[in-house]
Design a protein around this ligand. Structure first.
Ligand SMILES: *Cc1c(COP(=O)(O)O)cnc(C)c1O
Length: 471
């Protein structure tokens, strides 16, 4: 029996009384939505609403009147508009938060975008000769300089950088990967699957917790078709205890002895040493190049603090092979992120990295965070909202410094309904992303950007009061 046969005569009657789509789209309640989305998009949402209504009728509900049906459409309109990217205040305590767009851009990058995005730009033009020039030339020079590499290439993201590196260097050949590094980064990026896509074949070496130089060497000595040793920075998880893997330099030396290349997927890719700020352990791109890695791949929007992008740095000959691979065209960096990346890298070159928001958040002394949160709590108290400072741990995020939580301070907002309060904060304008920990709503002072304090406090006062009133 199909659905129709199961429908009773009464339900048939109800189904017939469901308003028609053209009447619905013309409803006065939807006039504003019609202006904002256009009739076509509104009609699409109205059809979806009517579909829902039909399903409800078949499940035994009454057919909606025209007015009710218009409300159903309005709910879908609201949902559609909410899918647009909106600014948020990040009080989550995770500095590089993939759901929140990772790195906020430095002011210099925002200004560069403002100056170039609305017009034409010399993206692939050599202004001296008037001929076509290479895209990304400045960014690539800067990345090579900042990492001590011979050359660099910028692409769409680090996933693309790794895929491109493996495709250009190892397609049709073998790649050795330690069993301890066959990881999933998140968002479906799994090393073995990316490797398979590159057309290279993976050979696993070692064990989950211990992989020795001899494990790589046994395979290298036995076969001629190994093109690459891939080393992956296992950023987003931690192994401790009975764990061993060779140093990068040893691995590079071994690879070269057997005529293979060492490719490092670094993940974050810091361009400055964070150890003086108590953040030892995040590998930088430069030292990987110095240790002998032939190509190093990293993200531009993790600890580097720039826009979405991926970098490949290393030996000129190999960078050139990746640049000439047909896949390079498919993963090239867009114009807007390139403009932002150039400005970010220019700040590094000029030694102005203190202006980069991710680095500023990472390096902020905990006492400065405490002072800020104390101030928030005082201001909230004046406005009748109970809040107190609380020591917490923030995180770098983006797979960086995973075993290195950052001392931080959060404002705990008194409430008996933490989930509801966090939801109201998310729905505020601007949206505020809090963290719930042990049934408490926490607003971390480390990740809120300078200049966002007043908007944050206003949102908290508004959300707490609305919750109190139950509106
Ligand atoms: C984050 C990460 C990636 C993916 O980088 P995207 O820039 O997000 O594409 C790949 N490898 C490692 C080790 C990472 O940490």
């Amino acid at each position: 029996m199909n659905e129709r046969d199961q429908t009773s005569a009464e339900q048939q009657e109800q189904l017939r009384s469901i308003p028609r789509v053209d009447r619905l789209v013309g409803h006065a309640k939807l006039a504003q939505a019609r202006r904002r989305l256009g009739t076509g998009a509104l009609t699409r949402l109205a059809r979806a609403a009517l579909q829902q209504a039909r399903r409800a009728v078949r499940a035994g509900a009454a057919a909606p009147q025209l007015d009710e049906a218009a409300d159903l459409v309005l709910a879908l309109v609201d949902e559609a508009l909410r899918r647009r990217v909106a600014p948020v205040i990040n009080a989550s305590g995770v500095i590089v938060h993939t759901n929140l767009g990772r790195a906020p851009l430095p002011a210099a990058a925002v200004q560069s975008l403002a100056e170039t995005a609305g017009g034409y730009a010399s993206l692939e033009l050599d202004r001296r000769t008037g001929r076509r020039g290479p895209r990304g030339g400045f960014a690539e020079m800067a990345l090579a300089q900042l990492t001590g590499a011979e050359d660099a290439l910028v692409v769409n993201n680090n996933a693309a950088a790794v895929l491109l590196a493996l495709t250009a260097l190892a397609s049709g050949r073998r790649v050795l990967v330690s069993r301890g590094e066959q990881i999933e980064i998140g968002g479906g990026f799994r090393i073995p699957e990316v490797l398979a896509r590159s057309g290279a074949e993976m050979i696993e070496v070692g064990t989950t917790n211990r992989t020795r130089l001899a494990d790589y060497e046994r395979v290298l000595a036995a076969r001629q078709d190994v093109a690459v040793l891939l080393r992956v920075h296992p950023g987003n998880f931690r192994q401790s205890g009975f764990v061993e893997r060779p140093r990068l330099g040893e691995l590079a030396e071994l690879a070269h002895r057997y005529g293979a290349w060492l490719v490092k997927d670094l993940g974050g890719g810091a361009l400055v040493d964070l150890a003086p700020h108590g953040l030892a352990g995040e590998p930088e791109a430069g030292p990987c190049v110095a240790a002998g890695a032939d190509l190093v791949c990293f993200s531009c929007d993790k600890v580097l603090g720039g826009p979405q992008g991926g970098a490949l740095v290393g030996r000129a000959e190999l960078v050139d092979r990746t640049r000439r691979d047909p896949l390079a065209r498919a993963v090239r960096l867009g114009r807007l992120p390139l403009v932002a990346l150039e400005a970010t890298l220019a700040s590094y070159l000029a030694g102005d990295d203190a202006e980069i928001p991710v680095l500023r958040a990472l390096r902020m002394p905990v006492e400065a965070v405490r002072k800020r949160v104390d101030h928030w709590c005082g201001r909230l108290a004046e406005r009748g909202v109970a809040a107190r400072p609380h020591d917490v741990l923030a995180a770098t995020g983006g797979g960086a410094l995973a075993d290195r939580p950052l001392d931080s301070v959060a404002a705990v907002i008194e409430t008996s309904e933490p989930v509801e309060l966090a939801e109201r904060l998310r729905e505020a304008t601007p949206s505020v992303i809090a963290r719930i920990h042990e049934d408490r709503v926490l607003l971390d002072g480390r990740t809120v950007l300078p200049g966002e304090d007043e908007a944050l406090l206003a949102a908290v006062v508004g959300a707490v009061k609305a919750l109190g009133k139950g509106t």
